[in-house]
Design a protein around this ligand. Structure first.
Ligand code: FAD
Length: 505
């Protein structure tokens, strides 16, 4: 057992130089710029990185802006396009379509959230599509893009955005930043992880060159292998494949489209779903599927048959176990990225969980030391974060109306975590949406998914009766037309990207 005293950190060793390793190195080098903490990153160019992970959520923009990068810097450096949300096709049933935008729906009042008014109007036959009340969704569906106003005149102007980017180019950007801020790089294979018998801590790693690299704190960014946290420390893993049946993916890049869309496409298939992610120089495509219900060959054919550009390489296969490490921080080792856990990429949460892990590390080691309580708190919060993302993803499967294949029938019938069941009950009762701190997806995200699957309450908050129905209808029409006007005035996504390319700053 670790004594409760402060563990002082003089050196941190990061193992792995994928997106998570270099993001961690960049953030730590920025954070410790005035402190005598030595930072070393070990990566192996002979092993390589996972090479997928192109869709992000808005938190990424906050991450790089703290390091001093502007959106335009990152778009240019990573051949990125903008992302206003995810369009879900065929998920509710074949032929269905809805969008999960980053941003708010409508304008509520101080007393009551917008969706209660909308639901009241809907039940009275006076409103239809929820997405008409979201500027982000309307821009996304019209393939238009404009930067959100920094001084919004009302809630209607508020939306957020993210990037579709080349993750390898982003990792390079983080690498350049880290090296410029004093991180020492070793391009070597870690051959052995040396655990001190007396404490159970990692004392050092042995490289293929024979060199021993010692550290006070180790960050495991070694990807699915989880060399330190799992292979060396045998921390244990919670397997969530009963809830999340997809455990494989096949991915391939195709030539870029002329007018890249401003949203990710996720299209449900018989035994999983396919993605399309537009970048400026290529399109990322993939099929995430359940090996219980479809073979690798069939899954690859499903993907290839639906491509709309020429393949740039042969398709690559991935397999994973959805779940998380029992503890993301064990002894003196913190796992960040795939070594800490993986939930399928449906809502682009993997890199977001890297960012939140980094944010928590910075809070935990701010005095270049940590205690057992700090470590326990880190583990508690990480567990909650993963569980809440897990529940949000399960919701997409559980609410399907599809009965055309064994996988969808399984998903409809499967047991779900209690917390999710209670959230769904609360919503179906009266439209209440519970949300918590450290939850990546807020109320409007839950609302988008509930509504996209026609999971709607028969009731609304009685507070939404505080407006006469005729007035409410006028108010809704006003919102719709002010959103339509804003969409009309916005440039197309391609025009926006051309403005970024022409920007000299
Ligand atoms: P990796 O990229 O695997 O990096 C591991 C590093 O460890 C490499 O540098 C390697 O050299 C090093 N290493 C390993 N072993 C050794 C050793 N013995 N010695 C030295 N170095 C070693 N995320 C998103 O946010 N959005 C998405 O759209 C998305 N899509 C995905 C689709 C699929 C199919 C999959 C599988 C994942 C997806 N992800 C997505 C997740 C995303 O790819 C990862 O979270 C992200 O790339 C971070 O990976 P990583 O850095 O943890 O691991």
């Amino acid at each position: 057992m670790m004594e409760n005293s402060k563990q002082v950190i003089r050196s941190i060793v990061i193992v792995g130089g994928g997106t998570s390793g270099w993001m961690t190195a960049a953030a730590l080098s920025h954070f410790f710029k005035d402190k005598p903490v030595k930072l070393t990153l070990i990566e192996s160019s002979t092993i390589g990185t996972i090479g997928v992970g192109e869709a992000t959520i808005p938190t990424l923009r906050r991450f790089y802006s703290k390091l001093g990068f502007s959106d335009f810097d990152v778009i240019k450096a990573t051949n990125a396009t903008c992302k206003l949300g995810i369009e879900f096709k065929d998920w509710k049933q074949k032929g269905s379509r809805f969008i999960h935008p980053f941003g708010l729906f409508g304008q509520g009042t101080k007393e009551v959230d917008f969706h209660h008014y909308w639901n009241r109007a809907r039940l009275a036959g006076e409103a239809e599509l929820l997405s008409e009340f979201s500027l982000g969704a309307s821009l996304a569906l019209n393939n238009k893009f404009v930067l959100p106003s920094i001084t919004p005149s009302s809630q209607l102007d508020i939306f957020d955005w993210a990037l579709h980017f080349d993750a390898a180019l982003f990792a390079n950007l983080m690498k350049e930043f880290s090296l410029a801020h004093g991180v020492m790089l070793k391009d070597n294979v870690v051959e052995k992880v040396n655990v001190a018998q007396s404490t159970g801590n990692i004392a050092s790693v042995t490289l293929d060159s024979g060199e021993l690299v010692e550290g006070d704190l180790f960050v495991d960014c070694s990807g699915f292998k989880s060399l330190l946290l799992q292979e060396a420390l045998k921390t244990g893993y919670q397997d969530w494949s009963d809830y999340l049946v997809c455990d494989r993916a096949v991915a391939v890049q195709t030539q870029a489209r002329e007018n890249p869309i401003v949203r990710t496409i996720s299209q449900a298939q018989e035994s999983g779903w396919t993605w399309k992610i537009p970048l400026q120089h290529r399109t990322g495509n993939g099929h995430v599927y359940s090996s219980q219900f479809i073979s690798d060959d069939e899954a690859t054919s499903t993907l290839v048959e639906q491509l709309d550009g020429e393949m740039l390489h042969t398709p690559r296969m991935f397999s994973f176990t959805p779940g998380r490490a029992e503890k993301a921080w064990n002894k003196n080792c913190i796992a960040v990225g795939l070594s800490s856990g993986f939930l399928e990429p449906l809502e682009s949460t993997s890199i977001a969980l890297v960012e939140t892990a980094i944010e928590k590390i910075l809070l935990s080691v701010k005095d270049a030391s940590y205690t057992e309580q700090v470590r326990d708190r880190f583990n508690q919060v990480t567990a909650l974060e993963y569980e809440r993302v897990r529940d949000f993803i399960i919701l997409h499967y559980k609410l399907t109306h599809r009965t055309d294949s064994a996988m969808w029938r399984y998903c409809q019938q499967m047991a779900i975590p209690e917390e999710l069941a209670s959230k769904m009950q609360a919503f179906s009762r009266d439209g209440s949406i519970k949300s918590y701190p450290w939850e990546i997806f807020g109320k409007d995200s839950w609302l988008a998914i509930y509504d996209g699957f026609d999971f709607r309450p028969d009731n609304f908050s009685p507070k939404a009766l505080n407006m006469e129905l005729g007035y409410l209808k006028k108010h809704l029409n006003f919102m719709k037309s002010s959103i339509d006007n804003a969409v009309e005035l916005a440039p197309t996504h391609a025009e926006f990207l051309a403005q970024v390319a022409a920007d000299e700053a």
